[in-house]
Write a protein that binds this ligand. Structure first.
Ligand code: C2E
Ligand code: MG
Ligand code: MG
Length: 643
């Protein structure tokens, strides 16, 4: 079977059936090897070529009339077994003559190689060319035939046909492959690699299309839900990126499930679709809404789905999402605008306490503008010397002695007045400005402490604590920067504490440990700030070169509300002491806090009870007062508790 399909098909169209027999004899009866060897020798003048050995044979078909030949060519194509070539007689009364026949044949099979057979000069070559065009598919064979000549033509032309055909099949394959690849690439460009959801590029295209549709078709309304996971950053920072990725995949699967989405990219325009914008930001587009209440209902349903707990690497994680909603009813001309407004609404939802959804209103746009203005102003603040440091005293609970200060930043904004760090530090961190700002803080705080040391007797043992951001510690120039700053201000490194947070350390424990050891090698001490708000346990802190644990103020505050918090603080203090760390309690506001903390053997405290953060001048006064009066001044306040 494979042999016959390898044979090259030849069609002989001649009104004389005796001729059919001649062709058969000549082409079919010779062994292929002999025939091709002969043909090759004739064509190329050499001995038999190796390629000719074992070449396929011919299969001859015949027709008595042009029309009949034409039908056979058509049928051969339909069967997928086309003829390689045809020998066509010039005169075939009563039907088409050779030229007419060839015209028809080429209409259905332009690849067909043709030999026109003629005894008389019915047509001149010029006439033939005029009728059939200049082509490389046509040769003339004069009657009477020389069998060798027939073989030669059959071999050469069918070989040429085969090569051309292979090349064109390859081209088709190639084109198909190129087409498949480009479609795939286009798809990939619209896909988020991690979650398999459509990405921002896809979203923007769909928004553009939907906005255009609302303009053309006023009854068409849609909503955009901007979803941000409330604790993603914290989970990502404390449990590490691989776990963060796992969480993102879980979130996207839940969204897919809730929206009943299969293949999201090809999702039809008439159903809700979800895309991942980046980070923990997802956007749902909901078409065909009646009004905003449809969007709110969907948002609430999604929030319920998202807030069920997640199990990541055997750790149970709980979080909610904040969802901002914008609907096309506002009247948009650009996809960017509706997305921006949904984003503003999401921001508002977060600031209202998370785990909720908020519908966009125009004043939120003002807020977004305000955020941008803040960023621009912040860029200029350092040069214009608008930052100031406040200093909050830290006291020893055992003897009410002042042990030092925590430096806390304020921004003295030319129009807005004093701005608190919670408003601008996140922006500074996001934009990277925290690097320069952080350097300034360290320099200013240590310069100030050195100045007090020179000016106020008895202050030489005071320490200063400076808050550090993750980006600062991660910066490769951090150690050099610290060394340089201390070199300039002249303060002994032993009197400088760097406050870091759990989430900074937990993300990359091994690398961080190395960095922290290098900081300690410079002589500085390390304080773990806000302990208890992250995901780490005391167990994780084991082996880190930390000197002090600062218990977050939420623990201290809750003690007055719930007694069992005292047991938690007790345990933290006990374990910290076991790990060789001192403990500072933050947010001490009331005398009964002090009583409780003293009872639990807490080392030091900081809070409004002792003092709010003070300007440098006031802090200087505070030092003088305490050191001149001795510990007694404080002692008097604390006496009832400490005794
Ligand atoms: P933090 O390091 O935990 O600082 C303690 C915060 O608690 C300060 O808020 C302080 O004013 C406040 N506080 C102190 N005692 C009490 C109290 O008894 N009750 C209450 N309710 N609060 C009290 P502040 O100054 O607004 O700073 C907020 C946060 O901003 C700081 O938290 C710190 O994380 C960050 N921050 C401040 N200055 C800097 C800085 O120079 N660099 C960096 N990277 N972050 C800073
Ligand atoms: Mg702090
Ligand atoms: Mg703190």
């Amino acid at each position: 079977m494979s042999h016959s399909s390898d044979r090259r098909r030849i069609l002989v169209i001649d009104d004389n059936d005796a001729i059919h027999g001649d062709f058969r004899k000549t082409l079919e009866q010779q062994t292929p090897t002999e025939r091709l060897a002969n043909a090759a020798a004739l064509l190329f003048g050499g001995p038999k070529t190796p390629a000719a050995a074992g070449a396929p044979g011919f299969e001859v078909d015949t027709a008595l009339q042009g029309q009949e030949g034409y039908e056979k060519v058509k049928a051969s194509l339909a069967e997928g077994r086309p003829y390689a070539m045809a020998f066509v007689d010039m005169r075939m009364p009563p039907g088409w003559d050779g030229v007419e026949t060839i015209q028809h044949l080429w209409q259905v099979d332009p690849e067909l190689q043709v030999v026109i057979c003629t005894a008389f000069t019915d047509y001149s070559w010029e006439q033939i060319v005029a009728a059939l065009g200049t082509t490389d598919r046509l040769l003339i064979l004069k009657k009477p035939f020389d069998p060798m000549e027939v073989c030669q033509l059959a071999s050469a032309l069918s070989e040429k046909w085969k090569l051309k055909r292979q090349a064109s099949l390859k081209m088709i394959d190639l084109e198909k492959m190129v087409h498949e690849r480009t479609t795939e690439l286009q798809r990939m460009a619209m896909l988020d690699k991690l979650t398999g959801l459509p990405n921002r590029a896809w979203l923007m295209e769909r928004l553009k299309r939907f906005v255009a549709r609302t303009l053309a078709e006023p009854a068409f309304r849609f909503s955009v839900l901007f979803i941000d996971f409330d604790r993603f950053k914290m989970i990502n920072d404390s449990l590490g990126h691989p776990v963060g990725d796992q969480l993102l995949v879980s979130i996207s699967n839940r969204l897919r499930g809730a929206l009943e989405i299969g293949d999201a990219i090809d999702a039809s325009d008439s159903k809700p679709a979800v895309a991942r914008l980046g980070g923990d930001e997802f956007v749902v587009i909901q078409p065909h809404i009646q009004g905003v209440s449809d969007a709110v209902a969907l948002a609430e349903r999604l929030n319920a789905v998202l807030s069920a707990s997640y199990s990541l690497n055997d750790i149970e994680v709980h979080s909610t999402a904040s969802i901002g909603i914008a609907t096309s009813e506002v009247g948009y001309h650009w996809g960017d605008d509706i997305l921006r407004d949904a984003d503003s609404a999401m921001y508002r939802a977060k600031s209202l306490g998370k785990a909720r959804c908020t519908v966009f209103s125009p004043e939120m746009h003002q807020e977004a503008v305000a955020r941008l203005t803040l960023e621009t102003d912040l860029r200029r603040a350092l040069k214009r010397r608008e930052f100031v440091l406040y200093y909050q005293p830290i006291v020893s609970l055992a003897d009410a002695r002042l042990v030092g200060f925590e430096a806390l930043m304020r921004w003295n904004h030319p129009q807005r007045g004093l701005i608190m760090p919670s408003e601008f530090i996140p922006v500074a961190e996001e934009t990277g400005m925290i690097l320069d700002i952080g350097t300034w803080v360290l320099e200013e705080a240590t310069r100030q402490m050195q100045q007090w040391t020179r000016q106020i007797p008895g202050s030489a043992s005071l320490e200063v604590s400076v808050n550090c951001s993750r980006r600062q510690i991660a910066d490769p120039r951090f150690l050099t920067m610290v060394g340089d700053v201390l070199g300039r201000t002249g303060l002994a490194p032993q009197r400088v504490n760097l406050e870091i947070t759990e989430s900074m350390v937990m993300q990359n424990l091994a690398e961080m440990k190395e960095k922290l050891l290098q900081i300690r090698a410079l002589g500085l001490k390390l304080h773990m700030d806000d302990f208890g708000t992250g995901y780490s346990s005391l167990h994780c802190l084991h082996g880190l070169p930390l000197n002090v644990l600062k218990i977050d103020r939420s623990f201290v505050h809750n003690v007055s509300l719930r007694r069992d918090y005292a047991a938690v603080i007790d345990a933290i203090i006990l374990l910290a002491h076991n790990l060789g760390m001192k403990v500072i309690a933050e947010g001490v506001e009331a005398a009964d806090h002090v009583a409780m903390l003293c009872g639990l053997d807490c080392d030091e405290a900081q809070g409004f009870l002792f003092s709010k953060p003070l300007t440098a001048d006031d802090a200087g006064g505070f030092i003088s007062q305490r050191t001149l009066a001795g510990a007694g001044a404080f002692h008097a306040e604390l006496q009832p508790q400490i005794a």
